[in-house]
Design a protein around this ligand. Sequence first.
Ligand code: CU
Length: 174
Amino acid sequence: MRNNNQNPKNKLGISNKQIKKFVIVGVLVALVIGISVIITTPSLPTYKIPATSSLPHDSMGMMHIHPHLSMIIDGNPVIIPANIGIDSHLWNVHTLDSYGMTGMAPIHTHTADGVIHVESYKDQDYTLGQFLDIWGIPIGNYDVKVTVDSNPISDYRNHVFQDGEKIVMNLTTK
Ligand SMILES: [Cu+2]
């Protein structure tokens, strides 16, 4: 028998109105639960490459230190250019590229103030010689004397960069 009632009931005796009400309440409950889950779930921690040393690391987990370099050529202070290891004209050796971010050698400069960025996916030693090779200056044309935090060092090429140190290179044309 057909039921022409405005509020028809199905076989279980539940009216369409009741079903609608039930669905609306269900949606509201789901929304409240969903929002509270979003609010209370802590944001996921940033993935970090495990540090293998006590060297400073940045928020991306990269080893990241900043030695400072000053250079004097024949008595005149010279500017260490910005974008060494970034600008292709100032990026002459590429053997270490895979340890750096895309588009940057792991040893580079951003500014012309002598701050060197050693920024590497792998914790490992980086040397002044590697930086000079990346830069590509004709160091062989000079007699070279180097101090680190005012102490003279003999094997400057193999000097391992340390965070915050002050390196002064004194070059004299041969
Ligand atoms: Cu840096």
